[in-house]
Design a protein around this ligand. Sequence first.
Ligand code: SF4
Ligand code: SF4
Length: 157
Amino acid sequence: MPTFVYMTSCDGCGHCVDICPSDIMHIDKTYRRAYNIEPNFCWECYSCVKACPQNAIDCRGYAEFAPMGHSVRALREEDKGTISWKIRFRDGTQKDFVSPIRTTPWGSLKSPSDYDEPSDEAWNSQQLAHEPEALNIKGGLPALDRKQLKKGYRKGL
Ligand code: SF4
Ligand code: SF4
C-alpha cells in the first residue's frame, strides 16, 4: 500500500522527506507541502506515516486488499506511544489495529560519526557494527556447528 499525503494537513516540516529510505517523499516547490513522487517505488515501510507529526500521510490500498470505496487511516499518538490503523471496507466493515511505536525522541539517536572509529579487528570481522550487543543475543548469533552437518546427499534431490 503506497502512501500519499493530504496536502491540507501537511505543514511542510520535511520529517517524511528525511526518513524515507526510497527518497520518494519530496516537498513541492510551489505549495511547500510533501508528496510521494513515485508510489511504485514505495517500500511500504510506513516510516513516513509514523514520523509525520500532522497525521497527514495515509495509504492507498491495493484492489485485492481494499477495493474501491475503502479507506485506510493511520493515527500516530506520540503521548500514548501507539499508532492506530483504521481500515474501512466498502461494505462498511471496519477493522482497527493498534501497535506500539518507538518513543525515542526525534533527533536523539547518535549518528555514525558520533561513535569511535572501529578497531582493525572490527574492520576485519564478519559481524556488523555493534554486533552482537546490538542484537541483544548473549553469546552471538546462533550458528550450525560442523558436528551437526552430515556428509553425503539425500536420494531424490
Ligand atoms: Fe518512503 Fe516508506 Fe513512506 Fe514509502 S512508506 S514513502 S518508502 S517512508
Ligand atoms: Fe507534511 Fe507530515 Fe511530511 Fe511533515 S512529515 S512534510 S507534515 S507529510
